[in-house]
Each structure stands twice: as structure tokens, then as C-alpha cells.
Design a protein around this ligand. Sequence first.
Ligand SMILES: Cc1cc2nc3c(=O)[nH]c(=O)nc-3n(C[C@H](O)[C@H](O)[C@H](O)COP(=O)(O)OP(=O)(O)OC[C@H]3O[C@@H](n4cnc5c(N)ncnc54)[C@H](O)[C@@H]3O)c2cc1C
Length: 412
Amino acid sequence: MTFEKGGVWRNWVGNQYCVSQYKASPETEAELVDLVREADQRDLGIRVSGSGHSFTPVVGTNGLLLSLANLHGVHSIDHEHKRVTVAGGTKINEVGRTLKQHGLSLINQGDIDSQAVAGAFTTGTHGTGLRLGNLASSICGMRIIKADGNILDIDDSDRDLLHAAQVSLGTLGIISSLTLNVMDAYNLHERLWRDDFETCMERHDELAANHRHFGFFWCPTPESRHLYCLPDTAAVSSTEKLADVCEMKIMDITDAAPMEADFEKIAYSSEVYPIEYVPNFVELEYAVPLEYGKTAVRAVRELMLTRHTNCIYPIEYRFTAGDPGWMSPFHHQDSITLSVSGGPGIDYWPFLRDVDEILRRYGSRPHWGKMHFLDTDDVTQLYPRANDFRNLRRQIDPKNRFLNDHLRLLLG
Ligand SMILES: Cc1cc2nc3c(=O)[nH]c(=O)nc-3n(C[C@H](O)[C@H](O)[C@H](O)COP(=O)(O)OP(=O)(O)OC[C@H]3O[C@@H](n4cnc5c(N)ncnc54)[C@H](O)[C@@H]3O)c2cc1C
């Protein structure tokens, strides 16, 4: 397989782009190995685009930009140990569809399922659930193509290496496949309703403790929920208010039969998790230590009600359990995640900077795929294993083939 002439690449929302010299979409792992080796010999940087759903410059390169969209599918299913091995370019929704046929489910999912598994899992993508880790915490094996074309197989016999690789943003090499822990198939019962903000805060601990999944969107104005395509739950509102309200969501595993009613649904897990978004926002999201969650959301809400009243995208608030991943935003830290968005047509940078300033006070760690303002020292300070990760990365990729400027600053 040879390189094709590259060109302009843009991410999903269009706030990031790069102009690569070459591009390629290998159809087999052998082709992928040849391409990587060739790029190394030509002294080119190498990056992969998953489905381009990150808001940060984690994909771009002016060297060789790979797509693994042709390397997809579930390679094998180990029913005894409840593990599946999937090609790196497989979309999450393809994994869900295949697992359903085999009586299995992913342990948790986020708000969308169109990302490539390698792209989503290794940026620390998460769903919501006080006792559920991020998606990367379910990775128990990885197959990585290094710059010299040699293959690095990682499994749980070397836990340090596994925990380093789980959230590594493609900086160790190209992920050809991943092995994931899964569980027996389950149906989820989803319920949506609207509450006012203070009631949501009062019920916060109880709802998080008593449901497998709990999260909410705080909407400063009636228009806010439309910006995220949220359903209008006024029909099941516990408040007369239309503004400054929380769109609440709980989901629990159930044995009940599938059903669909207004704001209530029972279906196979992967058919319940995803919601709809349109590319009309740029998002910032930080993992805030659990104990500061309510204080942090109060502070950001106050900021939006007083200083940035033109910033009306919802705050999304979710829960994720700590995990051992060295560069996981939830590294040994049960957290809530708080996200805000900037919309087209307004200068959202002062708003995002003010939110960053608030959330930094609590030792929060940003989502690698969403807007943030970290520099080298911030990463070192926030991540106790950051220098271990950097040293390991330099051993595995001594010529820094898999870095771009953004990743060099953070993880170089
Ligand atoms: C509408 C929307 C909804 C979202 N919902 C959530 C959510 O609910 N929860 C959450 O936590 N995040 C969410 N995100 C963020 C998103 O999940 C992450 O940014 C994720 O990384 C995107 O996956 P992707 O496949 O598009 O990867 P990309 O953005 O294309 O790539 C991410 C990183 O992975 C690398 N990469 C991709 N494939 C490979 C490979 N095979 N080998 C090596 N490196 C590779 C890329 O080079 C890059 O560094 C959302 C984003 C959007 C736009």
C-alpha cells in the first residue's frame, strides 16, 4: 500500500484542522505496519484520526494522517472471561450491535456512540455512574504498532504498562486492536424529568448513590436545552420554572420488557445510552473531585447567571469512579464531570477561561478531548504518574513520531 496525497482534515465541529502531506486508510494490519515503517523511514510524523470528535488538537499532523476506518469489526469474543477483541477503527455502535447478538454489553457508554473505539477509549471518554469507571478502565489488552513497525502486545500481565497505555492518546503508537472487559447483556430503564436547581442539589447524593447512572443538564434559559437537542420534559416537570432548571436523567438495569413512553424507555443497553447532538458547540469538560462537585457547579452556574449571561449552553454534570490509568482524568479520584460549551457567533474564550479558573481551584483534571488550558507543568502537577508516562513514551517512541505540537507540550 502506498501513501496518498494528503490535504486538509477537519474535526467534527470544525474548530481543529491540519494539512497533512500524506494520508492512508489501510485495510489490513500488515498494510498498517508497512505504512508506519515507511513513514518512519521518510522521517514523517504519524497520527490517526478516529472519528474526529475531539475538540482539542490531538489528531493533527503535517506528516502522515491515517484513518483506521477500514480496520473495523469484532475479532473475537471470549464468553468465559467476558472479553472482546475489536479492531482499533471499530465504531462504538458497531461493538454494541455485535455484542447484543452475542448476549453481552459494554459496561458503560457516553452520550454518543459514533466514535472509533481506539479514539474514544484512549482519551478517557466516560459516561455517568458513581461506581462506574471511564471507558478506558475496561481495556485489558492492546496491540500497538510502534514507529519501527514492531508490534507491542499489552495485556494485564504487565499492569503498569496496561495502566499507562489505557489513556495515551495514540502517543505510544498506532492501536491496531483493543481487548475490552464486557458483561452479560442488560436492558436499561431510562427516566427523564425536570427539577429546579436547588431540588437537584438536595437530591444529588441520594440519586447518585441509588441509581446505576445519574446525571443532569442545568439549563439557564428555556432555549438552552434545544442547543443540545434535549427533549422537552416540561410534561414531567416537578417545577413550574422554565429557566434555571435541571434536566434530570437516571438509568438502571432492569429485567422488565422493552417499552417506550414519553421520557421513559427500556431497551438493550447500547440502544439507550446515546443521545443526539449537532455540531454547533465547542465544549470544555473537567473532572472535579467528587467532594467539590456541588460547590463547583454552583460557582459555574453563578458565573453564567451574572457575568456570562450570553453563554446559555447547558452545563452537563455526570459521575465517574476513579481508576488506575496513569493519565486518566479520574486517576485514583472519584469525580464528577462538569462541562460547558461555547457556541458559534459569540467570543466564548473569556467564558471558558473563567470556568477554567474556577475549576482549577478544586484540582480538576480536563478531558483530553475537550477544550482546556493545560501546559506542561499543569500536567506534571495534576498527574502523579506524568513523568513516568513521559519516560515510558520516550522509550517506546524514541524518535517522537507520534507526537504533534499539542501532545509534545502535554506528554512529550
Ligand atoms: C457530540 C460529542 C459528544 C461527546 N460525548 C462524550 C461523552 O459522553 N463522554 C466523553 O467523555 N466524551 C465525549 N465526547 C468526546 C469524545 O468522546 C472524545 O473526544 C473522543 O476521543 C473522540 O473519539 P474519536 O474516535 O472521534 O477520536 P479522535 O478525536 O479522532 O481521536 C482522539 C485521539 O485518539 C487518537 N487515535 C484515534 N484512533 C487511534 C488509533 N487507532 N491508534 C492510535 N491513536 C488513535 C487520535 O490521534 C487522537 O489523539 C464527545 C464529543 C462530541 C463531539
